[in-house]
Write a protein that binds this ligand. Sequence first.
Ligand code: ADP
Length: 161
Amino acid sequence: MKSAIYPGSFDPVTNGHLDIIKRSVNIFDEVIIAVLNNNEKSPLFLVQERVNMLKEAVKGIPNVSVEAFSGLLIDFAKQKDVHVIIRGLRAVTDFEYELQIAQGNRKVSGEDLDTIFLTTSLEYAYLSSSTVKEYAKYGVCVKEFVPESIIPLLEKKFKDR
Ligand code: ADP
């Protein structure tokens, strides 16, 4: 059985992330979405909110599970006995950062963890959680960018602020 972990902040999940998830399950038997609990990034949504949003968004996609993790990704992967990480690449600007992280993870894991990159579908190449938050904050409709279930949660977050 080939398993992979798709890690990220997912603050919030976008249609770009979902596209990567759907394509990943065609390659792997099992995909674990690992939601980073990282307070340094001061996320808009709590980690449990992000996990719940993802669970709702991936309903109906088989062989996907969603979990929160904190600390090092290599430790989470070891704990799950998974040896492959999936990351999405949008543009050259993602590449340098991602390459560094991937090589670091491989080295520190004792060559036990490889990263596979899926290039974004062109229609989502411009899309990021940050831009979605910026749009939602100023009342721009984000219907095209995120799963439908996320929209009321985004609206509520900005109303509460
Ligand atoms: P992080 O905070 O770790 O960068 P994100 O939640 O922003 O995590 O993204 C998780 C992963 O999804 C990363 O590999 C990122 O490059 C990828 N990703 C983000 N947006 C898109 C998109 N629109 N299309 C494809 N991949 C994407």
